[in-house]
Write a protein that binds this ligand. Sequence first.
Ligand code: ADP
Ligand code: GN1
Ligand code: MG
Length: 364
Amino acid sequence: MFSNSKCAEILSKYGLKGNVASCSAFGSGHINNTFLIDFTSDSGKNLKYVLQAVNSNVFKNIYEIMENIRNVTDFIKNKSVKSKFLDFLQTENGSTLYVDDSGIYWRIYRFIENSVTVDMPQTGNDLYQCAYAFGKFQRDLADFPAESLNEIIPDFHNTRKRYEAFLYAVEKDVCNRAGKVQTEIDFIKSRSDFYSLLDEKHRSGVLPLRVSHNDTKCNNVLLDCETRKAVCVIDLDTIMPGFSVNDFGDAVRFGTSTAAEDETDLSKVHFDFEKFKIYTRGFLDGCDGLLTDEEIMLLPEGAKMMTVECGMRFLTDYLEGDTYFKTEREEQNLDRCRTQLKLVSEMEKNWNKMKAYVSEFAEK
Ligand code: ADP
Ligand code: GN1
Ligand code: MG
């Protein structure tokens, strides 16, 4: 249980002395534990902060994450382009991290007032803004020295390696769950020829390595409550060299679905081609001419790759006993897997339309 007094103890390490009025679980991320803090300082100011316990099971070197975030945000700030970032507080030792007695890694940033994140964007504008923000992120970092970044999770979006890990989990079947998910296992196995495609394109010089966000769900973009414009890209833990088409693809995976990622009624889950069109426009507008024609032509492959990869990651975690993604109920990872596989099959049905739509941008 996380109490106001524990919260006050952490805040005091950052030089924040006062009263914690409330401290509540915040957001819907699957990895870190996030809290919104209402705080009144000793001088009487009401302030809001976001406090996070960074997941040390997923992230093995959290100092390296904070170093990446600092370098990338400083780089963009120095270019004086109009971009806002989370403002991490420092402890009295000058670190953005505080490690408590039980080994939990904490960090705090100021809550950006009048901002909101959406799990299921309701308007085309919200979709466009999220896509634009991630495209602009690629654009802003186009000349960042990618080799200087720490590789936070090696092979994070190496789908072939994810597939090997999945096969291993099926073989070990430590929770004795594989028997009931044979349909899903077969679905993933039957597409195995596809999983090396983007790496092959990279090796043959078609797909450049760029500085990527690597976790481009729309709830990783803050929107202004009133103007609904993108304010800031958040969740910068997985910034690493990667493929532009994967940043596009992960956003499409999450944002073009007509239902939640863990919807249990698959009849509600569809790939919405109109949303795909909005994402394509938003991302390419944000990239502002950065992507090559070959990259643009591979955007649908990025979407399908990120969706099938996410499906196999959820199923791997289900088979391994739900040790990676946070879950609130027993079969949540299986439900998440099933929505992803349904989206993949609908992308396949829309494939020619998707390819034709992006080709209009490549020819411009
Ligand atoms: P995770 O890795 O767990 O996804 P995030 O950094 O994305 O961690 O934070 C989890 C969620 O908390 C976000 O998806 C978002 O909904 C919410 N959140 C985090 N920071 C803010 C903020 N400054 N304003 C509004 N919502 C936020
Ligand atoms: C995780 O942290 P969050 O919830 O934004 C995961 C992503 C997955 C996503 C699936 C570090 O993202 O890779 O695509 O869940 N992040 C990490 O919803 O593994
Ligand atoms: Mg997140």
